[in-house]
Design a protein around this ligand. Structure first.
Ligand SMILES: NC(=O)c1ccc[n+]([C@@H]2O[C@H](COP(=O)([O-])OP(=O)(O)OC[C@H]3O[C@@H](n4cnc5c(N)ncnc54)[C@H](O)[C@@H]3O)[C@@H](O)[C@H]2O)c1
Length: 273
């Protein structure tokens, strides 16, 4: 479906590692809706990933940046403005990584150096992106910034580990920065809380496949896919949602408001018999 919702808009998409990445689908859909793009990822991930294929497909410029480095973020944002010949209309922050999860450290035995690194990459980097754009006055009036979150920010899931705190922090940054950016530049800042999605980052969570299936059975509309997320991002970047800000929007098929579904109860009863 192409409605040219982003015709004339220019945006930066962080986090497209490979074709499974949510950011990959967002970039494809933004391009299909008429946007011009700059794609970015950590230089290390760009070496491993396939970002150049996406850049070719979407006519985008690629500029590497470690999202924890203020210097690299400034370089990215300046490079994007030079490329676009003006300000930026939207940014997607699609970045997450827990060193404790990667190294199989249980939540009750966290390594705090790992925790600090994961927090910087997954959560503080969102503040760094916003602050850099703010100080460089890089975003257009009615611009839109999104980050991707997960419901573990509100409710406990046994194996989501310290990413739960990172997501809670991320969502709080959207509210706090959304206030300041709204007042001074009429820029929106929101998070999208996405269903479990089979990607490199998602699959790193222990027991991911069982969890994916459980979430699907619990959601009246089923799990939201990466493509569903991309469609919501397009709407949030478009002029149709100008006064939606400081929100955490659930794109989860109804999971977050479901106590239990009949399907899950039936499966539980079968196991209990
Ligand atoms: N997959 C899921 O189940 C799920 C559910 C809800 C939310 N999310 C969130 O969606 C976002 C995207 O994840 P994904 O599932 O598409 O996985 P992914 O692994 O494809 O994307 C994660 C990206 O973060 C990038 N990254 C890591 N460190 C970085 C750094 N220092 N600087 C710049 N980029 C860096 C990686 O290179 C990668 O491109 C994350 O915030 C994730 O927590 C994912």
């Amino acid at each position: 479906m192409n409605n040219n919702l982003l015709q004339g808009k220019k945006g930066i998409v962080f986090g497209a590692l490979n074709s499974d990445s949510i950011a990959w689908k967002v970039a494809e859909q933004c391009h299909a809706q008429g946007a011009q793009l700059v794609l970015t990822n950590a230089p290390m991930a760009m070496r491993m990933g396939e970002i150049n294929a996406l850049a070719e497909k979407t006519g985008a410029l690629v500029i590497g940046a470690d999202a924890t480095s203020l210097e690299e973020l400034q370089n990215l944002i300046q490079g994007a403005m030079d490329h676009f010949g003006g300000k930026i209309d939207f940014i997607l922050h699609s970045i997450g990584m827990s060193v404790n999860v990667r190294k199989n450290r249980p939540y009750t035995d966290l390594n705090y150096d790992f925790l600090t690194k994961g927090w910087d990459v997954s959560a503080v980097s969102f503040h760094k992106v916003l602050q850099t754009a703010y100080q460089m006055d890089a975003l257009s009036q009615w611009g839109s910034v999104l980050a991707l979150s997960y419901m573990a920010a509100q409710r406990t899931f046994p194996d989501y580990n310290d990413m739960a705190e990172n997501k809670a922090y991320l969502e709080s940054v959207a509210r706090s920065f959304g206030y300041h950016y709204g007042i001074s530049k009429q820029v929106r800042v929101n998070t999208i809380s996405q269903s479990p999605t089979p990607t490199t980052a998602g699959s790193g969570v222990k027991g991911f496949n069982a969890f994916l299936s459980f979430a699907d059975k619990m959601s009246p509309l089923g799990n939201a896919t990466a493509e569903d997320c991309a469609n919501l991002c397009v709407v949030m970047f478009s002029d149709m949602t100008r006064r939606v800000t400081m929100q955490n929007l659930y794109n989860d098929g109804g999971f977050s408001n479901t106590g239990v579904s009949q399907e899950v109860l039936d499966a539980y009863m079968k196991g209990a018999e």
